[in-house]
Write a protein of this length. Sequence first.
Length: 364
Amino acid sequence: MKIKEIVSALERFAPLPLQDGFDNAGLQIGLTEAEATGALLCLDVTESVIDEAIALGYNLVISHHPLIFKGYKSITGKDYVERCILKAIKNDIVVYSAHTNLDNASGGVNFKIAEKIGLKNVKILSCKEESLLKLVTFVPAEQAEKVRRALFDAGCGNIGNYDSCSYNLEGEGTFRAQEGTHPFCGKVGELHKEKEIRIETILPSFKKNAVIRALIASHPYEEPAFDLYSLKNSWSQTGSGVIGELEFPETELDFLKRIKKTFEVGCLKHNKLTGRLISKIALCGGAGAFLLSNAINQKADAFITGEIRYHDYFGHENDILMAEIGHYESEQYTKEIFYSLLKDIFPNIEIQISKINTNPIKYL
């Protein structure tokens, strides 16, 4: 199978438009037309990881953190990023990264962390805003089902855990075909009335072009009438962080000790213990301190993330238990997402999780 098929599967699960503005997720290095000899999964791309791929005979490295974050005017090997680029190109290795698009995807990084902790009723903590459109179109009654199905197949109609969502209203459309047209119904030069269905549905903004193509291809009219409206609705299926509940409450100390063990944390930092029971937990892998206020506003008992700034700890001991477990530690299980996703779709592909611990932070 070609590497581009693997990339396509990753991007169906975590579409690139879900990434944050600062990010550089996606293809980093190489040509995806090559046949895949194997995929090495890692959190960070380092020289040791590239060497590991070479030793295994694999020509694809899939990472969470992008190797390349900035533009380069020259590549001379002066730092580890440039040396990785040179080594990957020299050995025909493709490097692909799924970063904040995987963080923001349903079932992504934060859902994996929640799974490891044992949370239930897991929801997005901070949903994406202004990322949805409403589509309205008008279709002859007999062709309405065909057009509806094409729109759903193109990505319309998903609301929460429901798909194929639409609203349909019977009405009457009018038009007069001019010279040079080929009307589906009616005659050139005559006013025509047609029983039509007004179809309303919802779609992510980034799927607009694909949906319009599907609409035009499936609609019987030469000139389909349709409207697109920007929505203020939150997109509950994507966003930053998650929040969920433990099956049974735990004391603060028991909870922190369990988290420390689960994520193999060398040094777990936390704010003052107040004796509260921990039941509702908000979390975000990596540098997620920007979600602290969301966690407090949603009445979480504890907030877990990889990095918290010193001054963020002040003033919240009565609001929430804060636990800082390390950036690498919080996201280490991302590799398991890659593995299970690709093995389910491509059971015969050679895949290994990297044995290299790429955490640059060490503990005494």
